[in-house]
Ligand binder design. Sequence first.
Ligand code: GLN
Length: 451
Amino acid sequence: MNIQEHFKKGKKEETVKAIIKEAKECNKQYNFFNTITENLAVRQIKTAKGKLAGLPISVKDNICVQGVESTAGSAILTGYKPIFNATVIQKLMNEGAAIIGKTSQDEFGFGSFNVNIGLDKKIPKNPHDPTRVTGGSSGGSAGFTAYTKHPHVAIAESTGGSISCPAAFCGVAGLTPTYGLVSRYGLIDYANSLDKIGIIAKKVSEIQPVLDIIKGHDEKDPTSLKQEIQKFKQVKKVALVKEAFKNQPLLKKQLIEKLNELQIKYEEISLPVTEKYSLQTYYIIAMAEASTNLAKYCGMRYGYEEAVKDSYDSYFTKIRSKRFNKESKRRIILGTFARMAGYRDQYYLKAMQVRTLIIEEYKKAFKKDDVIITPTMPCIAPKFSEVNKLTPLQHYQMDILTVGPNLAGLPHLSVPFTLQENMPLAVQIIGDHLTEYTILNLGEQIERSSK
Ligand code: GLN
């Protein structure tokens, strides 16, 4: 049953109880949730009124829910219970949604496979094949969305691909909206100039009803946009990025067949600056911003703490050494380096300039074509045994197709399109700023029909 049918049938209380039971059971094997909020969901359902009344919603662990442990997947935030709701959560609750839990993620969003988890957390597994990763960093969101038999939508977040990647690996739909369209107030930041809250759902058609609730200007977020989403436009011409399909000729062939069937024209284009420089640009900016964001976690104000026995400096060092995982430490060191006097001009400021060139390259493409399509990821969900062999650099290289639209703040939708080795394979539709309705419409037309 999709969410539209759910609203017609109206068995809201039963659904919420059933999905909580399912979440608890599957969590033993799949680890999709860091916390399941049974009491909160049952309480909310009793008084639920509004456009989403009774809709079960899971929330990525880096989005604050009042009174519920919100750790961004990190052991340094264990025990942190925010005293307020993120704006998106408040909006969803005002429309009657039932929050069922906080989903697993890479610590602070640092990863593409959801294996860089907090030291006190468990790694989620792909529901199509538990020897494979869910993708990250919103692995719990996508994994549970694919697994559940009940109506449900996940609220997730992307900095450089954390919605697209796990949605693709788990065979569900994931929308990353235009930067600034959805308020970031109450999001535990990774990199402020890149973070976007978005939506993962089983079907593309389930995304818009939730997007329409969570979008909109918020004075609590200084980067929040005042502009509205543009009116939907029928897509007439798409651009396929030649280099992006180089290793996936079969996917390209099937996509072209689909476009022909829909009578949509296409042309092949290249995005040379994005192809060559987006990874380096993204990782410099993301790590620089992340290293400043993590400075506030010192075992005092938020989450995990111990008795202070010696100097504050040694206390902070002790807590940070003990509670951050390896990847977070790597990013603090690299990010601090990129921002240091003497290197700042060479790395951080240079990356900001290249970011502008990348934005310009996309903008130029949108003058000719309505949307741009690439595969979402270079491969199907890898096995844990394969991921364990990757170096950090190879790990970062997996994001080659998702960091571009994230750097440019462009809306993008990962759509389940076909299967390979019985695992889902997805394409990514990238639109110009504020064209969410247009890309969602095209997504509905091309999404794999057999689900
Ligand atoms: N894999 C990318 C990174 O590690 C993107 C993650 C994200 O979007 N949070 O930074």
